[in-house]
Design a protein around this ligand. Structure first.
Ligand code: 2P0
Length: 336
């Protein structure tokens, strides 16, 4: 029997209208749809090999072996492999290696990039013949937001209504070339691993935040505005709505019991700078995810000036500029 091996690369993605809360925790079915930009240059590179000679599944992330008996393995790669093996009748064990070219577990969508790359590699290694929709659904089984990183440009994850999740997957709203001068400036205010994983945090929010039902009432109009804004390249509408949507999501996090606070003092320092830049007439907005980093949404022509201003802040350790990027793809460059 020959080994079945493939490698793939997938960019991370940052939501402009956020996903926070599930209607099915096992299948990662969301309470609401979301819209994201696939971020060029922040990617995961993953190799998978299924081979009858392996005696156990193994996973190496950024050079570190993740032991199979840890929650870090079981809740993520373990669950995903169990599903793949059962669904496609696979008896071989898997060896997986993955590396990110950006810090993991710090609110930079590393699990999205990682599972999109893994699903793409698994599809090729096992010859599953999945199309984009099938790949998006497979990636979602690893991590919800990963379903968006299968596609490039601007992407909408349709929440779906079916219990089996067959209508919960991502579709492309516009290609990366549609809005070439759209930018996100990642302002890294801490590289420490976050204390509360998104998965645990969002489940608690659904159960305990008094604002959760109100959030769901406003999401559809945020989505509609951002969708339209992307199609018409209306920067103000997209920026304003994305910023407001992110603040609503963080209000949910903060009003979860016990509270989830992802911000640090640097987060506020960057927000303050963005508001100041905007007051002076330059169009820029911010969004934040499950971590203290702030992503500034702006246009290419303003990047330099914005970076100069942010560079002067004590709390910003690093900045990364990203534009709309491509979806996941297969590579011959194997990690082992
Ligand atoms: C998003 N986040 O829409 C939101 C905003 C974080 C804040 O999707 O449990 O890692 O694996 O489905 O996808 C992070 O959640 O959670 C996320 P699981 P996931 O980007």
């Amino acid at each position: 029997m020959t080994a079945k091996k493939a490698s793939a690369i997938a960019n991370a993605n940052i939501a402009l209208s956020k996903y926070w809360g599930k209607r099915d925790e096992k299948l990662h079915l969301p309470q609401n749809s979301s819209i994201s930009m696939t971020t060029e240059g922040l990617f995961a590179h993953t190799t998978v090999c299924f081979d009858a000679k392996f005696t156990k599944d193994s996973f190496v992330l950024d050079g570190k072996n993740i032991a199979p008996d840890t929650p870090e393995f079981k809740d993520y790669i373990g669950n995903f492999l169990t599903f793949v093996k059962k669904e496609y009748n696979i008896t071989e064990k898997a060896r997986i290696e993955s590396k990110n070219n950006f810090p993991g577990s710090a609110g930079l969508a590393s699990s999205a990039a990682g599972f999109a790359a893994l699903a793409t590699a698994v599809n090729s290694a096992l010859g599953l013949g999945l199309d984009e929709k099938g790949l998006s659904i497979l990636a979602r089984r690893g991590s919800g937001s990963a379903c968006r990183s299968i596609l490039g440009g601007f992407v909408e994850w349709k929440k779906g209504v079916k219990d089996d999740g067959s209508d919960s997957y991502a579709v492309e709203l516009a290609t990366a070339d549609h809005w070439k001068d759209f930018r996100m400036v990642f302002c890294i205010t801490s590289l420490s691993e976050k204390k509360i994983k998104s998965r645990a945090g969002m489940n608690e929010t659904v159960k305990t935040s008094p604002f959760y039902a109100e959030w769901l009432k406003t999401v559809e109009s945020d989505l509609a505005r951002i969708r339209q804004g992307i199609l018409e390249k209306d920067f103000t509408i997209v920026g304003q709505t994305a910023e407001n949507n992110a603040l609503k999501m963080h209000s949910l996090m903060m009003t979860t019991e016990p509270s989830i606070m992802y911000w640090n003092s640097g987060t506020l320092e960057v927000i303050d700078a963005v508001l100041d830049i905007r007051d002076k007439g330059m169009g820029c907005y911010f969004t934040m995810d499950a971590g203290p980093q702030v992503k500034i949404i702006c246009l290419a022509k303003d990047v330099e000036k914005i970076m100069k201003k942010i560079e002067a802040l004590k709390s910003v350790e690093k900045m990364i500029v990203s534009r709309p990027g491509e979806g996941a793809y297969i590579t011959d460059d194997h990690l082992f």
